[in-house]
Design a protein around this ligand. Structure first.
Ligand code: PLP
Length: 293
């Protein structure tokens, strides 16, 4: 059984609890991060801190410990869990108070961190074989750039995708524009061969892996356009793939049961996936070659 951190205390995950009037529970008045840990080392920690701060500022949640202290809590939690490969989950809520919509006065934020093991090596098989995607309407609110725990639309979309035999939901706005995945950013190599992903806006989450991959692609002189695309463009694309902390670069080889491109992982996604594993090794020492595919 793992060790969790809740408001200053480290203890067994099974006993970890917050108050029933916590605003995270009552209103999803909270932000969170999921950080990859490989070989016990955090990947892209600074980017997660940056996004967490940005979300806290957007929600006017104050009084959370600074990044250095947050890093110390994370490091202690990873040690307590003898962390190898897995995911560090962080949630900050506005705190707990008698239920009332406006911000309560004199409230202290709730800070939670948990750890769970995760098999990144299993993603190598997905990378080689590709996964199926299902298009679904994007029913989320107008501030998808804030990583809030209000994930009901994502939950429903991912469940519908799963019921249809897909591993990810490709979310589509009413005007036909593809925003992102249920829990990933979405990319295509379009019919003209251009690598594209939705530009940063309130319609998508600024994914850590999205940012890292843009950097890796540009370092390799690959052209990346942050330019929105429609569902029709996905259907005629050469390649479709997703990025996220838990699925670094994973090709999506079918959409709604129809092959994308030739129905196999394409050369661009494969090259970028290799670049991403290289970056993961650079930051954490984790080696693809040592992992059972
Ligand atoms: C809606 C959504 N988009 C994109 C992502 C990918 O973000 P990251 O690369 O930071 O994991 C996530 C991750 O959970 C997500 O929930």
């Amino acid at each position: 059984m793992g060790i969790a951190f809740v408001n200053g205390r480290y203890g067994p995950l099974a006993d970890a609890a917050v108050h029933v009037e916590d605003r995270g529970l009552q209103f999803a008045d909270a932000v969170y991060e999921v950080c990859a840990v490989l070989n016990g080392r955090l990947l892209d920690w600074d980017k997660h801190c940056w996004r967490l701060r940005r979300g806290l500022a957007a929600l006017f949640i104050e009084g959370v410990m600074g990044d250095a202290a947050l890093g110390q809590v994370a490091a202690r939690l990873l040690r307590a869990n003898r962390a190898g490969d897995g995911l560090l989950y962080i949630q900050v809520t506005r705190g707990s108070a008698r239920r009332d919509h406006p911000f309560p006065r004199d409230i202290r934020p709730t800070l939670i961190m948990t750890w769970k093991a995760f098999d990144f090596a299993a993603r190598l098989r997905h990378q080689r074989e590709g996964l199926a995607a299902v298009s679904l309407p994007d029913q989320r609110w107008a501030r998808c750039d804030i990583k809030t725990t209000g994930l009901l639309a994502n939950v429903l979309a991912k469940q519908a995708a799963k019921a249809a035999g897909g591993a990810e939901a490709v979310l589509v706005r009413e005007d036909g524009v593809v925003t992102e995945g249920g829990s990933t950013n979405i990319w295509i190599v379009d019919a003209a061969g251009v690598l594209r992903t939705h530009p940063l806006s309130a319609r998508i989450l600024p994914g850590v892996m999205r940012d890292t991959l843009i950097g890796l692609a540009r370092e390799r002189q690959m052209l990346v356009e942050e330019r929105a695309f429609t569902l029709d463009e996905v259907r005629s694309a050469r390649e479709l793939f997703m990025t996220s902390t838990t699925a670094p670069v994973v090709p999506l080889v079918t959409l709604d049961g129809v092959a994308v491109g030739d129905g196999r992982p394409g050369p661009v996604a494969t090259r970028l996936a290799d670049a991403m594993w290289g970056e993961i090794e650079r930051q954490t020492g984790w080696r693809v070659s040592g992992a059972a595919g």
